[in-house]
Ligand binder design. Sequence first.
Ligand code: NDP
Ligand code: 2IT
Length: 447
Amino acid sequence: MESKIKGFMDLVKQRNQYEPEFLQAVEEVAETVIPYIANQEIYSGKNILLRMVEPERVMMFRVPWVDDSGEIIVNRGYRIQMNSAIGPYKGGLRFHPTVNLSILKFLAFEQVFKNALTTLPMGGGKGGSDFDPKGKSDDEIMRFCHAFMSELSRHIGHNTDVPAGDIGVGGREIGFLFGMYKKLRNEFTGVLTGKGMSWGGSLIRPEATGYGTVYFAQNMLETKGDTLKGKTVAVSGSGNVAQYACEKATQLGAKVVTLSDSSGYIFDADGIDVDKLAYVMEIKNERRDRISEYVKKYPKAKFFRGERPWSVKCDVAMPCATQNEINGDEAQSLLSNGCFVVSEGANMPSTPDAAHAFQKARILYAPGKASNAGGVATSGLEMSQNSLRINWTRDEVDEKLKKIMSDIHDSCIKFGKQDDGYIDYVTGANIAGFVKVADAMLAQGVV
Ligand code: NDP
Ligand code: 2IT
């Protein structure tokens, strides 16, 4: 089996040698799915995984725009249309200076499995730009979004490819993107998700990724007869996912003691309650400032510049910032401090060393493609509401989100439960996602 996996990875490496994040995401899937395929006659000789690692289509384009000083800036735009076997391409747009082909291909690849897990009919895609929204005026953000959409609009559509937000893309950016799409195509459709409530958005979509990550942690704890009540939680990030993970964990009786951003992390031993979270939202969403501002208002809290929050004592860790934000040493530090639940809000936040450490320690460890699927699932619910031209209530959407997270948890058990009762959520999520997409690909033939 080892040599089968190595043979497969050698081929993928040869073709994608300058794409470390993509290779990392593929290797994690190959390690778990190839042993499964070997025992399933129907997949024999079909090279399904080899077809899945090759995007159906990649768009790369110039995005020229004019900044406030009149200078012409050139950014690079991308859309990866990875797999459409079970539905239109679906996945977010990331605006961050680190964006490149490797990062977007890893995200698009994971999205295919994640979207399959949601039980909704969505294929996988991802896109974005190396544009850095930090320090830009609202007018500059608008001009960039309009320029980006002037090209992207040729490649997407409500039945073809439906983008949404990710790092650096929230409600403000989705508004500008939607406006330009509508103007160019002269049609009002659900071509993007994460829209504003008065123009086709869904209640709970802003909250959904963070809430879903917490619901998934609850589902995992239930397998041990436990709950989040009274648990100490370390959250990283302070953006969309982190904020609502913090809110829901607190509502369910946990104490969230950390949040972070690219400048460092804050530790508040008393817990980040509703009022403090409202202040975090003001700092990050309105003032677009650094998380260190928190300690000016709450001086009992501490700010650790340039550090990540994984050395604190906690029961539960929810990494909600970015990829590879927990390394092997940090995973060991979490484990030795008693952490026994890791529910990933970000995509691939654990390095392979960290993920293997969590699995070896047999803690409750959920990979992002399972535990953060609530965001895209609720995007799927937004698409359904747009097609039906109706709006569900907050409670209706929240109930559907809970049910989807619980169904994803069940799928992980189905394919990941071992003889001794340990649930390997990584294996479970990868195989469950693979089976759904692979069966659709088999039915559709070689296309
Ligand atoms: P936001 O842009 O709202 O927030 C991102 C947060 O992560 C910010 O606090 C940011 O800090 C921090 N961050 C970003 N990059 C780095 C870095 N290289 N090092 C340290 N901190 C960093 O994004 P989201 O909350 O939407 O996304 C967070 C994660 O969740 C990503 O991995 C994303 O792919 C994933 N995700 C998002 C979903 C969604 O619906 N939005 C759905 C599923 C997953 P700063 O403010 O300093 O930049
Ligand atoms: O990584 C993700 O799942 C997202 N950024 C959300 C994608 C979506 O289409 O809602």
